[in-house]
Write a protein that binds this ligand. Structure first.
Ligand code: ADP
Ligand code: MG
Length: 678
């Protein structure tokens, strides 16, 4: 047996089971052994029958004669008596008509199940039993429960993993031996064995620590290697012009915050270097990142170099282009701004591309897709990425190929990435945090609303609408779904239109609309041709409609805190008070988690709460980050993380050759392609 042995070669795997396994992504032995249990049932504690207490129990007993009968159609009951030195107890199975015949008399079994009251008598219900003479897989030990099984039972998976134990025991080490020693890790092979078949809680912890350590180690190492590579690239130096910066700032309709000044300065210092900048600016919604980005681009312009700003949606790209034109106008530089998005006519696109090629277009604003598709730059020195979650090594390399050198990269995000996470996952990025907000911003009044208070909420919202304000309604789904009972945008839209808000103009926006349809809807909202915009989270990033002051989030439980915080930032963009109503699906026990949004306006704090309660995935909403795929390590385990980080740093400082670690090398290669995002 090797890692690539197909699972169809294991005992008991017929074509049907093999197909099901493949649905789970399990094709070969190596897939199977790295399929992680999600939790465990502890059947390891034996109890004499006399001392049984209600709950999960394991006994070591003989089973007397068993009898089975149908008590009514569709309900078969098997009953037997289990006996040990201390007493006897009834055991009961439902709908297992074959059970009685399979039991052998006079033989010791391990019997694990739930001891509970059934028809006024105590019994062990639906137990799993195994011969005590054999290696126990499903009883008498801590047994793994596999999270998603799609029609396969955990018991079946356990049986298969048990067959691979000889293979697991021969697996070679994946981590450097000095790290194993220094951080007192168990071997890879032991770790996998303990993970599936822990001897006790201690070995389970040992296994999890070891595998979690390796996970973080790999992430950090991938990130450090990316940084090393980045630092060895050259890029175009962009000098800082104090006069120009002052002139720009003088013409702004507001005063820069201290945070904005500091971050701008950090960027200017990077741009003057010969090595490419790779900086992430994190700042809450509305903290004023666009101005900073424009200042960076201004320096590039001044030097005769091009800048490309990439936005995730066409809508945002258009808004950015408008904003930037306004910002550059007082300096007479607005002509440098060129928009390139999918919605332009072929001819317009052609003109834009030509201008970019010959250097007339110096500040290109567009969507990432369009810019990367087919653009030849004249002298590209700076790339600004707004709210993109994927701009990795590959993308940078493809730009480098076009530009002839590595551009400086500035990423902007309103996603508050907690420090612990940032250091681990984005070690290759320099991070600036915009911690202050422009003066005069009021907190957004946020309220949890239970389903039976909907009508009341609607009437107070109507006061807002009647005084000329607009509203966003955010839904978790586009259409009704068979598998999820959530309010879809289409349904909410119909209901509001026909029933509750029939006197208002309502628009519907979601990702399935064509680009020009989206633009049309959004434009009518921007120009107040509609009062209410029902949408999915496509409005999440960037959209600026200061007159919109109310937001409803339907099925708020389905969203991460940081995500809702980003969403509600849309209604805090003017001097009018903003309101955010979070509709919960449960009227009795509104989520404690969501309560945090009522009292807290700090995106970073909310992200920390999400991180603690739901894991890193929650911070990013539905976006799946490859690099956030920590399956074992917990980000709250700061000791493990800092140790794994030190180990990765030592790996580099020792001058280790990654290629000597085959397993590490392949996994890290994959990671390097997805880290280095914003
Ligand atoms: P975000 O960080 O969410 O991208 P924007 O750059 O869109 O934020 O800025 C939000 C709004 O705040 C814009 O209308 C912008 O003009 C304004 N703004 C930016 N900086 C300041 C400041 N220092 N004082 C007042 N308003 C500011
Ligand atoms: Mg923005």
């Amino acid at each position: 047996m090797t890692g690539s042995t197909p699972l169809s070669e294991l005992k008991g795997v017929g074509p049907q089971l093999f197909t099901k396994l493949q649905v789970l992504g399990l094709k070969n032995v190596s897939d199977l052994v790295s399929y992680l249990p999600r939790k465990y049932d502890d059947y390891s504690k034996f109890m004499p029958i006399k001392e049984l207490k209600p709950g999960v129990v394991t006994i070591h007993a003989n089973i007397g004669p068993a009898s089975g009968k149908y008590v009514r159609r569709g309900l078969h009951i098997t009953e037997a008596i289990a006996t040990d030195d201390t007493g006897s107890i009834r055991i009961v199975w439902f709908n297992q008509p074959y059970r009685a015949a399979s039991l052998k008399k006079g033989i010791l079994y391990y019997i694990s199940g739930t001891f509970e009251l059934s028809h006024q008598r105590f019994a062990i219900m639906n137990p799993t039993i195994e011969l005590a003479s054999e290696f126990p897989i499903n009883t008498a030990r801590i047994v793994p429960i596999y999270g998603e099984t799609k029609g396969i039972t955990s018991k079946q998976i356990r049986g298969l993993v048990a067959q691979t134990l000889p293979y697991i025991s021969q697996l070679s080490e994946t981590m450097p031996s000095w790290a194993i020693k220094k951080y007192d890790l168990c071997s890879y092979s032991d770790a996998l064995q303990y993970l599936h078949f822990p001897k006790n809680n201690q070995t389970l912890l040992t296994a999890r620590r070891r595998l979690g350590f390796e996970e973080v180690f790999r992430l950090v190492l991938a990130s450090l290697l990316n940084k090393q590579e980045n630092d060895s690239e050259t890029s175009l130096k962009i000098a800082f012009s104090k006069e120009l910066a002052q002139k720009f700032v003088e013409h702004l309709p507001f005063k820069l915050t201290d945070g904005q000044r500091k971050v701008a300065w950090e960027i200017f210092l990077n741009l003057e270097q010969i090595h490419p900048m790779n900086r992430l600016v994190e700042g809450d919604v509305g903290s004023g990142k666009t101005v900073i980005a424009t200042m960076a681009a201004l320096m590039a312009l001044n030097q005769g170099y091009q800048t490309a700003l990439m936005a995730p949606t066409e809508l945002l790209a258009r808004q950015h282009a408008d904003t930037i034109v306004k910002l550059l106008k007082p300096l007479g530089l607005e002509g440098a701004v060129t928009l390139l998005v999918g919605g332009l006519s072929l001819n317009q696109k052609k003109i834009a591309r030509n201008a970019i090629r010959n250097g007339q277009a110096m500040f290109l604003v567009g969507t990432q897709a369009v810019i990367q598709e087919a653009v030849d730059f004249h002298k590209l020195a700076l790339v600004i990425i707004d709210e993109q979650h994927r701009f990795g090594v590959e993308q940078r390399k493809s730009l480098m190929a076009k530009a002839g050198h590595m551009p400086h990269v500035l990423s902007l995000t309103a996603t508050p990435i907690p420090r612990s996470l940032a250091l681990t996952l984005y070690g290759e990025l320099d991070i600036s945090v915009l911690s202050d907000k422009p003066a005069g911003r009021q907190p957004i009044i946020t309220k949890l609303v239970s389903p039976n208070s909907r009508a009341q909420m609607y009437s107070s919202i109507k006061e807002q609408l009647n005084s000329g304000r607009q509203m966003f309604v955010v839904c978790p789904l586009i259409s009704d779904s068979d598998t999820m009972s959530a309010n879809s945008a289409e349904r909410v839209y119909e209901q509001m239109r026909i029933k509750d808000f029939s006197q208002y103009k309502i628009g519907l926006l979601h990702g399935k609309l064509k680009a020009h349809e989206k633009n049309a809807v959004m434009e009518s909202f921007v120009y107040h041709k509609i009062d209410i915009l029902v949408s999915t989270t496509v409005i999440e990033v960037g959209v600026d409609v200061p007159n919109a002051t109310v937001m409803i989030v339907e099925d708020a439980e389905r969203f991460g805190l940081a995500q809702i915080h980003q969403l509600r930032g849309r209604v805090g963009r003017s001097s009018h008070q903003g309101f955010c109503y979070l509709l919960t699906s449960n009227s009795i026990a509104p989520s404690k988690r969501l309560r945090a949004l009522e009292s807290c306006q700090d995106g970073f704090k909310l992200a920390e709460i999400d991180l603690d309660m739901r894991g890193p995935g929650a911070i990013y909403g539905s976006l799946q980050h490859g690099q956030l795929d920590l399956r074992i390590a917990k980000l709250s385990d700061t000791k493990l993380i800092s140790e794994a980080r030190s180990a990765a740093q030592e790996f580099i400082s020792r001058g280790e050759n990654l290629l000597q670690y085959k397993h590490l090398a392949t996994t890290i290669h994959k990671l390097r392609a997805v880290t280095n995002l914003n």
